[in-house]
Design a binder for this molecule. Structure first.
Ligand code: BT5
Length: 321
């Protein structure tokens, strides 16, 4: 309930919101509202109160923790639950372990560090403490399992847009799951599926974004970067990125799940693509071939031309440019 009180105070922005209005909206007494406000103040939120006007948030927290994550959830029409941890093996793994405990629920998992962060095909994802945003969404969309790769494109579009807005930059997308800034990787997406023929039990969409200024070790030095490394004026703020991401993600997700519409998502993926109109190496089934990437089709698949000029459609695979 505390985070719902906070969400209402935050939503009123520059204006004050009365204790009466909060108590009516949430169905709790005014003294309960007061107690929640006191508890939020103890957590560092600076909430002014003026007797004739009500409450106003003069300094919110920029820290991502269970309380602030709950505030994000309180505003969401898609997520029902949030888990914040200082450390987990992998947020994807943690989400999967909770999948059956909350039937019908969609939720988010965030951690400060992951001891076994994973990329695709069992690769390692470096996730040192407080150097990036490490998160997973678990959802149970009523779609055909074959449609699930589109969720990666939705996440890529929503996160690229969120970072652009928050950090004032222009993030590129390397089809299908890499986020690129100034030619280097700032983030990646790992979508995992539990499904039966024609039915999705759940899907986990894991996203890692490097935010803090840092040196990467030898293996990553030439290919990885972070927002603070690339953007002089940017100061790490995971909470803002997450809020804006969730807003975009749920809009695209609802449009997709309810109306099978990913037009806006495809437009963003096309506009931001660092893959199209380039020569690409595509690795599928252990074989690597060189193509020219020419477009993303209406299903979000990569259409390429082989050396002989024949069109091929790539459903998934490892693409390097
Ligand atoms: C990805 O895989 O790019 C998907 C990464 C998903 C990570 C998130 S973090 C939250 C959630 N929980 C998890 O356990 N995973 C998800 P892929 O395209 O396979 O790229 C993996 C490759 O990226 C590695 O082999 C490294 O070369 C490189 N890499 C590893 N850590 C990196 C980092 N922090 N930043 C940039 N590149 C990295």
């Amino acid at each position: 309930m505390k985070h719902k009180v906070l969400a209402l105070i935050e939503e009123s922005g520059m204006h004050y919101i009365s204790g009466q209005e909060i108590s009516q909206k949430l169905g709790i007494s005014r003294s309960a509202v007061w107690k929640h406000v006191q508890s939020l103040r103890k957590e560092g939120f600076v909430i002014d109160s003026v007797s004739s006007k009500g409450y106003h948030l003069s300094r919110g927290s920029t820290e991502l923790n269970q309380t602030t994550l709950d505030t994000v959830i309180a505003r969401s029409n898609f997520l029902n639950k949030a888990f914040f941890h200082e450390s987990v093996d992998s947020t994807n793994q943690y989400a999967k372990s909770k999948a059956m405990d909350f039937p019908g629920a969609s939720f988010i998992v965030v951690a400060d560090t992951q001891s076994k962060g994973r990329g695709r095909r069992g690769r390692n994802w470096e996730s040192l403490k407080n150097t990036g945003l490490w998160m997973s969404l678990l959802a149970k969309p009523d779609i055909n399992p074959e449609e699930a790769p589109k969720l990666t494109l939705i996440a890529a579009a929503a996160m690229a847009k969120a970072i652009d807005e928050v950090a004032d930059c222009n993030v590129g997308i390397k089809w299908p799951n890499d986020l690129i800034l100034n030619g280097k990787k700032i983030g990646g997406i790992l979508t995992e599926l539990s499904a039966e023929p024609g039915y999705i039990n759940y899907v986990v969409i894991g996203i890692g974004i490097n935010t803090k200024k840092r040196e990467f070790d030898s293996e990553l030095r030439d290919k990885a970067t972070s927002l603070e490394n690339e953007l002089l004026d940017y100061k790490m703020d995971h909470l803002r990125i997450l809020k804006v991401f969730v807003k975009h993600f749920e809009m695209y997700y609802n449009q997709f799940v309810k109306f099978s519409d990913i037009e806006a998502v495809l437009t963003i993926n096309r506009e931001k693509s660092v893959t199209l109109n380039r020569t690409v190496c595509v690795e599928t089934g252990g074989e690597t071939s060189i193509y020219n990437a020419i477009r993303l089709d209406e299903e979000g698949r990569l259409v390429v031309l082989d050396q002989a000029g024949t069109e091929k459609t790539i459903f998934f695979g490892e693409v390097s440019v």
